[in-house]
Design a protein around this ligand. Structure first.
Ligand SMILES: Nc1ncnc2c1ncn2[C@@H]1O[C@H](COP(=O)(O)OP(=O)(O)OP(=O)(O)O)[C@@H](O)[C@H]1O
Ligand SMILES: [Mg+2]
Length: 150
């Protein structure tokens, strides 16, 4: 199912992430695409805060993979930023297929892994509107029925 929602400010972006957190579970992959500075990390911060993270999540741009696990969050989450990946083949070295068994994956810059790398992902896209607000659009596979949108 496809849909869209306007995010009037950064708080709205984080609130949308918090809504997603309520239905997130191990094995899920959520991809976050959009231009530089669109709000992908803001969305992921909203997810992580709603899962219980007390401090503000750092951007994983340099770490590439930032893991979170209970008790700091309700479930295992890998916050991933593939921006610095030079070659799509490098994504295999991150061990994400294995990690997915017991963690949810939030992936910024998923296109760096190559087209269609996560065909079953909830694919979110954030676009910057002319007035500076953001537009969240999504393509949700059937497995997400009833879980997103919510
Ligand atoms: N709905 C919104 N309206 C206006 N500003 C927003 C909105 N959502 C997020 N922002 C702002 O956009 C800026 C960039 O956000 P963020 O770092 O999350 O982007 P990003 O997509 O992760 O960037 P990068 O491509 O560098 O990883 C921040 O200043 C954030 O507060
Ligand atoms: Mg980011």
């Amino acid at each position: 199912m496809r849909g869209e929602r306007r995010l009037v400010d950064a708080a709205a972006t984080e609130a949308a992430g918090a809504q997603l957190a309520a239905s997130l579970r191990a094995g899920d992959v959520v991809t976050l695409s959009g231009d530089l500075g669109a709000g992908k990390t803001s969305f992921a911060r909203g997810v992580l805060a709603a899962l219980g993270l007390a401090e503000e999540a750092p951007s994983p741009t340099f770490a590439i993979v930032q893991p979170y696990e209970p008790p700091e969050v309700r479930l295992d989450v890998l916050h991933i930023d593939l921006y610095r990946l030079d070659d799509p083949a490098e994504v295999e070295e991150l061990g994400l297929d294995e990690a997915r068994h017991d963690a949810a994956l939030l992936v910024e810059w998923p296109e760096r892994a190559g087209p269609g790398y996560w065909p079953d992902a909830l694919a979110l896209h954030i676009a910057i509107e002319q007035d500076g607000a953001r537009r969240l659009t999504w393509a949700a596979p059937d497995a997400w029925d009833g879980r997103w949108p919510r």
